[in-house]
Design a binder for this molecule. Sequence first.
Ligand code: 76R
Length: 249
Amino acid sequence: MNEAAKTLDGWYCLHDFRAIDWTTWKMISSDEREAAIHEFLSLVDKWNTTQAAEQGSHALYTIVGQKADFMMMLLRPTMEELNELENEFNKTKLAEYTIPTFSYVSVVELSNYMAGDSNEDPYQNPHVRSRLYPTLPQAKYVCFYPMDKRRQGEDNWYMLPMDQRRELMRSHGLIGRSYAGKVKQIITGSVGFDDYEWGVTLFADDVLQFKKLVYEMRFDEVSARYGEFGAFYVGNLLPESGLSKFLHV
Ligand code: 76R
């Protein structure tokens, strides 16, 4: 019997990480820099219009550490639109001074481990819709990492029967819920899209809550036995009003 968890899939998601080539950015005139910032702000303005029409969402964060300088997280109804967005950015003046360091392609995902029995169409449920098509919060901090569920010897998530996975996910969900109001998580599925199976994006106003939550989950069987993790990125909210300062040299 095929016991794959059923998923509900929402907006497509691109996490686009860039470093800034500060050396060449400093070499151009301040007028050119102003024009590049202005052009980028007009692009963000277009994203704001899309977001206000609930046809997508976006978030900008500066990244701490050498893995990147900033991240654009973009959500759109189709893969084509995501692709257009990244190309549009790549054609801007600012992009000439950025170096792509990492990207992640996925789709907002809810799985049915915790779902109750119901005959209603989940895609019509307003609560489900708000999670599949979320407006990203303007939280002060973001944490992103890709992850897999292990498939190794005795520890093979994909060989476990549905009932057992559901039980394990219940305990996972309980830990998660104890962070309600402190950490908001968006799970995006990326099997067939990118190198890991999921992207985990966490938002919080207290950055320490990321460490506490991820640490606590490490002791839970789902993560302790079955979790495999990629690189972690942590960053600070980059509001539009802060862009000029961030790019000021
Ligand atoms: O969707 C739900 O809220 C129901 C319960 C739930 C599911 C099905 C849930 C709750 N998660 C689910 C699925 Mn989760 N989650 C992670 C990580 O660092 C680690 O150890 C793991 C990374 C965190 C921090 C986290 C947080 N979750 C998943 C899946 C898909 C699994 C699959 O399909 O096999 C992954 C990969 C994953 C990973 N999870 C929660 C949280 C939090 C904070 C919650 C509570 C959400 C809430 O109740 O509001």
